[in-house]
Write a protein that binds this ligand. Sequence first.
Ligand code: COA
Length: 709
Amino acid sequence: MNAFTTQVKDYVARVELNLPGEPVNKITRGVRDEIDGLLSELASDAAVRAIVLISTKPDSFIAGADIDEFVALRSREEAHELVRKGQALVNRLAQLGKPVVAAIHGACLGGGLEVALACTYRVATDHPKTRIGLPEVQLGIIPAAGGCQRLPRLIGVRNALHVILAGRQLAARRAFRMGVVDELVHPAILDQVAWEVAARLADGWRPKRRRRGVAGLALDRNPLGRRVVYAGARKQVLKRTGGHYPAPLAALKAVRHGIRYGVEAGMDMEAALFAELAVGDVSRRLVQIFFASTALKKDPGVEGEAPPPKPVRNLGVVGAGFMGSSIGAVAVLQAGVDVRLRDTDLPSVARGLKAARKILASRVKRRRITKHQYLRLERLLSGGTGWEGFGRVDLAIEAVFEDLDVKHEVMRALDRHVPDDCVIASNTSTIPIERIAEVVGQPNRVLGMHFFSPVERMPLLEVIVTDQTASWATVTAAAFGREMGKTVIVVRDCPGFWVNRILAPYLNEAGRLLEEGVTVDAIDKTMTKYGFPVGPITLLDEIGLDVAQKASEVLYEAFGERMRPMAGLARMTEDRRLGRKSRRGFYRYEQGERRGVDEAVYEIIEAEIASHVPRGDIGRRLTYSMLNEAARAVDEGVVRSPRDGDIGAVFGIGFPAFRGGPLRYLDDVGAAQAVETLEQLAEEYGERFAPCPRLQRMAAGAERFYPSA
Ligand code: COA
């Protein structure tokens, strides 16, 4: 293998990295071996006084250690050996005795950043593809090639913990402001600037670093202050992870140990902790999710030969309400397309445009885009009450009121006004796409694009196809969804699609438990303990009780008794309790803050005074109602694969990622055990828990959703 090419000119060696046959540069065994020899040569070559390390791969400096290599690890000992090799590499680089400049463009992540941190100077391109960070904790491991040691020493403990503990990927400008990189340049001059810096370093110049971001420095510098920083970080991690993800706390330990006992001891600690985590279940599950979402990026969304997606340059959005305006804003922001927003009256259009601009402005405030970019993007948004502009849209998304007649009216109009090869999408969450498509001349270009609210934050998009939807329409919608930054799963048209279908029985069950006298607190806490970011009752308040009621009625009508909604939900909406948006729900809200459970709700839903449900059954009833429905829907072919189903549940509902998703979890439990639990629940609580045919078949044949590892 020849990943490196070296040229020496005027005492500066330019070392190019380009890993053959791979889309990204990563630190593989081969790369490590090669660099070892290379560093020895460079160290002893008198004609070399400084080095530039640069990648010639498009948009990838180094994307990290080779994930494939670490998933193959079978034991702690193997993991320990691997991590020691990584450490040896960065240490050799740091102790080379000759200055090294990292010229960074594209992904500089994980082991890639650790290599850059071992260099003397870092120049990075100010380009959206340049992402700098230590995402290891997202994979359930920690930066263990000195990252937990060198980053805090460079930018301060507080800032380093901010980056490491959440596995953040920083934009180049942010990394520059924090002091992770020394210089920011336009991609066209990266090579030249890096070379010039190396030449100056060769002449004995050394960078003087003044820490940017002085805030927190005082805290960092004394042990007492640091203790405050550590305690704060720990608290935040526990709040975010509920204690289910060991990696961030391990990273904190590695940082702390290193600050206290020195770099060498810190790296020993990194190695020990990495070895333990890398072969643990949580890391395995998180890596599976990484691979699943990476695979989805390339999945066109149809079986067999896929036609090329139609490029979307102009997007039409009908309905300038909350969803429509957010879809428009995200399309502008992420995909840079021209968006035409249409509503029936001018005040609604104006409100929609204002809401969309607000989303763009919030990015300026959070320094994700510049003022200049804002002005350019804002000009891509326009709106009106007529159909002007729709004659040239490539994709039209309707986001009007959830009522079939209203949708039909919009569909008819779109059919008249958009070009023949325009994809027509509905953002419905409850109405079957087949029904919506009935009034369109070519129903093969109609599909669903189910965005989740808030669109700018939720990572998932369900593209819903009917038996009639043409492949070109599916691939176009899926590709555009990805351009909008979403993880896209293609789902078959059925009531609730995938996400709401498996969510409904879970929320209904939460309602039943309430009616049986279990407290809001007990229900929500059980599920956050299980690993959901919020409990089902909180979720109901967030979704909106009216929205949940409508969806649950649709599903009840379609599937009957097992989807019977809680009776109390209707009484809650009659009492104008719609959840957070009306500042009244199961919880109380004051000035945008949630205050606590509203005790009045027990009376409204006519809950039993005292619960007879054993504690252990609360969680079992909730999870198994979802798991059973998930297995049933997979059997009906609602999702194209268990992979899509799990990603949909994790990204759409917040199903605990460390459990891998409902189907992966069922595999872990085993179908036979799941059937037994469901049978017990059915006996105790009713037929709705009867194990679905798929699970029964799987139990009988000892089958799994995924091939066994
Ligand atoms: N190890 C192994 N494979 C990696 C990798 C890594 N660190 N980083 C990326 N890849 C692979 C992907 O699996 C994918 O493989 P495939 O084409 O065989 O499916 C390929 O590189 C391209 O990645 P993809 O994610 O499709 O490209 P992208 O341009 O959208 O994103 C990255 C590129 C680098 C931002 C993204 O892949 C990423 O975040 N990688 C992980 C980084 C990380 O966690 N590093 C720390 C590892 S310890």
